[in-house]
Write a protein that binds this ligand. Structure first.
Ligand code: C2E
Ligand code: CA
Ligand code: CA
Length: 687
């Protein structure tokens, strides 16, 4: 039982009330009642002479009569409205007499400061003039009825208080009831109980004057709900009182449509998972700088492309749906699983440390290791997982997701099905790398990547026959960065295209300049290193453009491609190389012997020259000439030239010449030099 529950006894003994209202008690023109909360119900506790006369009750019967039975047309909400604790209320109401007849009255209800007692003054309204006015009002109502009857907008009309005088067909069909069931206060039973207070509040406000609207659910007879906006306008009928016109807009479908649009905008249609947009919102909402405990797991399926390519897109879709379901089933209910795009998923969880996050990543890994049957084949959807847990270093939510992305790439690079945590050190390295990539891009744009040229000599007569151009990056603060580092970085970051173009163009420019400065003593050919990633259909066009730009014949250029680059996709490499060969450009296989060439392929590739890797040249000093001699023999049998690289001593030069190498390159013979030095060097060495 609630402590505030009203007591079962009247607040003030009736004798005392009687004496307070003494003057009124004997009046027969005044009809006065006192109501109190008795046992949780508002009841009449006292009435004056006028009241007993009007209502036909004896004073004893009147006492303890529930207010609700005195005003039978009022429902719970309306009684509440009448007996408000803070304000007086005025309503046109029929009251029931002892004989059961209804008498139209105006009820004026005034609360006492305690809020548990009210005085009710009833003024019967049946004078002649009022009846006349009432007739006019009826005519008004009739007009209103004809106006709204056929209107498609559900409409309510009350002339006094809450009680409906008219309701149109549109409203009847909206709620599935007959107008007889809705008139008076019947319409209020269609309002969802949780929304009723709001509707009553709004009506009370409108009865006092003005307009207003409220959102309310209406419950149909079949139990279904419609969400509506009810717009009320104040309506005053002379002689009758304050009422309202209510028009109803059914917004159920619009809300459902908006919800669907919102869902579509934030979810992936295939798996139903939240998409990137929602993920970003989710992380941003939970991210508090300087705290920890927010973990992000970035997953990338290892074999998705294979499934898609070999079993078809339908199987690929099926796999994604299955993975989504497993992820959902593996994480805790509050965790977010989002589809980041393609075969990438992101899991976000809160209140975890790094160990928890790794444990979750392992659980996910185990869940994905179970085979899925797709098109009659069992596929295990392994994933590489990157894990990041928020640290003080994370200044913004996006950094967390980005770090996790980096961790995922590291996981992928480390081998399939791996979990990688991006810890403090790894994060610092990753940032460092990002910065270096940005600086490399700038260096390429500003042509701060320069070239050195290393002569290549013929063993037949010792003359320099060509130069190899070697890229150099002198970083403003880090000093010289080796091409082994920055070429790999360019390959990873998509900068290899621009870098390759720069090297190609600068080499051609330099060749043309040597031609001008040295005439017939200029280097006959320049070798340009080309990365595996440059072996695409654009290469031919780029080479042609560079040669034309500087007015060079294609035979002046040779392309060096490492053996491993060539063997990645020999079939498509062949096509590109054939075009270059047709143009007249020569081709050398670099670092030969370190990759695993298929000899069958070697015969079908348009190659002119093999470059014996310098590791085999170095072995000569240790008495191992086997590989160097085998490579030279192989080249001869395929009718290819050979360049032995990394010749650092005279002994090596002599030995390689004896083994049959056609050309030599190395520090012993000439160091890589700037273009300027090379000009001078050639001028001096020209015969
Ligand atoms: P690579 O194509 O095998 O280039 C030959 C490397 O051996 C050069 O190193 C050269 O300086 C070095 N070298 C020359 N003579 C000797 C010697 O007697 N002893 C020793 N130990 N080394 C010698 P560098 O310039 O550091 O280039 C390293 C690699 O970077 C190159 O190997 C090439 O794969 C790559 N690279 C250089 N420039 C470019 C470029 O413009 N584009 C591409 N894609 N890769 C390049
Ligand atoms: Ca090379
Ligand atoms: Ca090489």
């Amino acid at each position: 039982m609630s402590a505030t529950m009203a007591s079962a006894e009247p607040l003030v003994p009736p004798e005392i009330v009687s004496s307070i209202f003494y003057g009124a008690a004997v009046s027969d023109t005044l009809v006065l009642l006192v109501a109190e909360m008795v046992g949780g119900t508002p009841r009449i506790t006292w009435g004056n002479e006028g009241a007993t006369q009007l209502l036909g009750y004896g004073l004893a019967d009147l006492r303890s009569l529930p207010v609700a039975s005195l005003v039978p047309t009022l429902r719970g909400g309306e009684v509440k409205l009448l007996l408000r604790r803070e304000r007086s209320a005025r309503m046109n109401l029929p009251v029931r007499t002892a004989s059961g007849a209804l008498v139209e009255t105006v009820v004026l209800c005034v609360p006492t400061p305690s809020g548990r007692m009210w005085t009710l003054r009833l003024v019967p309204v049946d004078s002649e003039s009022e009846r006349a006015l009432r007739a006019t009002a009826d005519a008004h109502e009739q007009r209103f009825a004809t106006l709204t009857e056929r209107s498609p907008v559900p409409t309510l009309l009350s002339e006094q208080g809450m009680r409906l005088a008219h309701v149109n067909d549109a409203f009847c069909s909206l709620v599935g009831l007959q107008s007889e069931q809705l008139l008076g206060t019947g319409w209020m039973s269609t309002v969802h109980p949780d929304d009723l207070d709001g509707v009553i509040e709004q009506v009370v406000a409108v009865l006092g004057g003005g307009d207003g609207e409220t959102k309310a659910r209406l419950v149909r007879t079949d139990g279904t709900e419609r969400t509506t906006v009810i717009r009320f306008s104040h309506l005053f009928t002379p002689g009758v009182g304050a009422g309202f016109v209510g028009t109803i807009e059914d917004i159920t479908d619009r809300l459902a449509f908006e919800a669907r649009l919102e869902h579509q905008a934030n979810h992936d249609p295939l798996t139903g998972l939240p998409n990137r947009t929602l993920l970003a919102e989710h992380v941003a909402e939970r991210f508090r700088p300087g705290t920890s405990g927010l973990a992000v797991l970035f997953l990338d399926l290892d074999n998705f492309k294979v499934v898609n390519d070999s079993l078809g897109h339908a199987a690929g879709d099926e796999l994604l749906v299955e993975v989504a379901a497993r992820l959902r089933a593996t994480v805790r209910p509050g965790d977010l699983v989002a589809r980041f795009g393609g075969d990438e998923f992101v899991v976000v969880c809160e209140g975890v440390d790094q160990d928890d996050a790794v444990t979750l990543a392992e659980r996910i890994g185990a869940a994905l290791a179970e085979p899925v049957r797709l098109g009659g084949v069992d596929v295990r959807p392994y994933a590489s997982v990157g894990v990041t847990v928020q640290t003080a270093e994370h200044g913004a939510a996006e950094e967390l997701v980005r770090d996790c992305d980096i961790a995922m790439y590291q996981a992928k690079a480390g081998g399939k099905g791996r979990i990688t945590v991006l810890d403090q050190r790894a994060r610092a390295e990753a940032r460092d790398k990002l910065r270096l990539v940005a600086e490399l891009r700038q260096a390429i744009e500003r042509r701060e990547i320069t070239l050195l040229y290393q002569p290549i000599f013929s063993t037949a007569d010792g003359t320099p026959v060509a130069v190899e151009s070697l890229a150099r990056w002198h970083h403003p603060t880090r000093g010289a960065i080796s091409p082994g580092v920055f070429v790999a970085l360019a390959e990873e970051s998509g900068l290899i295209g621009p870098l390759g173009l720069l090297v190609l163009d600068e080499t051609c420019r330099q060749l043309a300049e040597w031609d001008r400065l040295l005439g017939t003593s200029a280097p006959g050919q320049a070798n340009v290193n080309v990365s595996a990633l440059q072996l695409d259909p654009n290469l031919h066009g780029s080479v042609v453009a560079a040669l034309e730009r500087h007015g060079l014949h294609p035979t002046r250029l040779s392309i060096e491609i490492t053996e491993s680059a060539l063997m990645k996709d020999p079939a498509s490499a062949r096509e590109v190389l054939m075009q270059l060969r047709d143009l007249g450009v020569s081709l050398a296989i670099d670092d030969f012997g370190t990759g695993y060439s298929s000899l069958a392929y070697l015969r079908h590739l348009p190659v002119d020259c093999l470059k014996v890797d310098r590791s085999f040249v170095a072995e000569l000093a240790e008495g191992h000439a086997e590989i160097a001699s085998a490579v030279i023999a192989l080249a001869r049998s395929l009718d290819l030239k050979t360049v032995a690289e990394g010749v650092e001593t005279e002994e090596q030069a002599a030995q390689l010449t004896a083994l049959g190498a056609g050309f030599l390159q190395g520090f012993d013979l000439a160091q890589p030099m700037t273009g300027h030095r090379t000009t001078a060097w050639y001028a001096a060495h020209a015969r």
